[in-house]
Design a binder for this molecule. Sequence first.
Ligand SMILES: CC(C)(COP(=O)(O)OP(=O)(O)OC[C@H]1O[C@@H](n2cnc3c(N)ncnc32)[C@H](O)[C@@H]1OP(=O)(O)O)[C@@H](O)C(=O)NCCC(=O)NCCS
Length: 168
Amino acid sequence: MNEPDTIKVRFAGTDDIDAMAAIYAESFEDFQPKLAVEQYLRPRGSWALLAFSTLEDQAKPAGFIITRCAADEAEVFSIGVARKFRRHGIGLVLLDAMNGVAAIQGAREVFLEVGIDNQAARALYSKAGYEIVGQRPDYYRNPGGGRVTALILRRQLENIQNLNTQHM
Ligand SMILES: CC(C)(COP(=O)(O)OP(=O)(O)OC[C@H]1O[C@@H](n2cnc3c(N)ncnc32)[C@H](O)[C@@H]1OP(=O)(O)O)[C@@H](O)C(=O)NCCC(=O)NCCS
């Protein structure tokens, strides 16, 4: 079992897109994972962080988060952790690190969307302090047909001094 202090986080660059796409491919049903990652990174103000386990192959990232900051809000576009690294605290560390960067960039709150049926992500966000503030009925298309409601979640950011940036 990994511990959070064996996880390191850094900013992703354009050289990391293939590695992010590989994690994206095993996290989401999407035929074009690289295109999806590139599209998330395209908007002005978007950036990504990568998490690495210092106990494992350090060359390959274990997870990523893509966020956009605009004015005093941040929006998480995507977060994914490679299957073999799940339940090792990497998702929480990525959210923590993202909070720190977003706060430094002036964000006071973070928004994200999650499928109502995505139990793992909902549990992660709940543990990370997110609350449901709205929903979009029939928002996501299921690969097998049908539609899934998206929940809109929000978390306020504390003072920068209180945010956890120990992994960066
Ligand atoms: C959601 C996801 C990012 C979680 O990443 P992770 O690194 O495994 O999460 P963590 O290990 O930091 O989990 C932190 C807490 O979240 C909750 N949690 C995470 N995964 C869970 C699961 N499968 N079932 C129940 N609770 C879960 C637990 O409370 C966990 O704490 P614990 O392990 O001490 O019980 C990962 O499962 C994933 O990549 N899923 C596919 C992509 C996805 O759905 N992204 C979110 C889209 S909105």
